[in-house]
Design a protein around this ligand. Sequence first.
Ligand code: FE2
Length: 429
Amino acid sequence: MLDLIIAGANLPDGRRNIDIGIQNGRIAAIEPNLQAQAAEIIDALGRLVTPPFIDAHLHLDSALSLGQPRMNQSGTLLEGIALWGELKPGLTVEAIYERAKKLCFWSIARGTLGIRSHVDICDDRLLAVQALVKLREEMKPWLDIQLVAFPQDGYFRAANARENLERALAMGVDVIGGIPHFERTMEDGTLSVQALMRLAATRGLMVDMHCDESDDPLSRHIETLAAETIRHGMAGRVTGSHLTSMHSMDNYYVSKLIPLIAESGVAAIANPLINITLQGRHDTYPKRRGMTRVKELMAAGINVGFGHDCVMDPWYPLGSHDMLEVAAMGLHVAQLTGVEDFRACFAAVTENPARIMNLENYGLAPGCNADLVILQAEDSFEAIRLCAERLYVIRRGRVLAQSAPRQSQLHLPDGPATVDFTRAGLTDR
Ligand code: FE2
């Protein structure tokens, strides 16, 4: 007797009408026509059932702080950094905690059950570390949170960043961050990557650096990050976030760089919502998009995730932590409109970031955690097209969140009473 069966599921890999049997919080069976009894059955009705969305690049400490102490008038990265600097002195542990917690509830409702959050460690009080370590523990039953010690003002450039990073690790922060392009010189940037990689190798920790978030084609710290990853044998445990300078690099140099990244096993995270709004700001026309070379990185076999990065903060005023919105923007900006590209963009907000975070037992196979989202869409193409509603969000076999199917009532003399924008009912497919 199983605890739960989700019947008639379409899966992200294209399999249709599959039954998923769940017991003790794990997937016990996943096959067509599952012959078993269960205490509860949810009929997916031919809708897409996926492992949860994962956001491997977020800033929980600044999330939902929009308008404090004022709005970003220019919308630029630099005014955003200045604004965050104005906000920092008035921050409290409680205020950071409450904002981040509210965001986590949005995440759960959106079916995002894994978050890697950077946490600024340049404030000597480490208020954000205190707030987010507490939140990470409290959210554990519902949501996997990893924290990255992020020296926002520069590992060498900010006076106490090295000491504070050590303190943050001692307080339980999981991953080592960095920001080499923000150090005083290129050389300092290189030295910061080397120092942080040494520290990570010594401590056995993963690394996720803000790397080359710049339109400067000569910002090449990803090269050092890849080389250091090879040197320390840390393939699969290191991530370069943003990598926007790659958008502007010389093609010949990139033809050497991408194979190096592939060899190193460094993963890449693009943040489409933020990259498309913050990059290219010094350009007149044509304006660069500024997102890294997603299609080419994927083609080389590099693990690429899409992150939300910011939600209603000094850098980005929009968002509700909807990872399908992120996938849709990534797809548009990278022109990933081929048939397989849709699946690749869906993977960039599900299985790829799960691998970046090294989440255990993630996926759709017997033995995996029964963490599942049922979407109001029949496949990943439709899920992205509609930013489809999350009808059920399930964690360890238990329903955490439910939403009613989205539809509009029509009041017309002829025609249907409702529309839901799905293809359901069409016979020509
Ligand atoms: Fe970021």
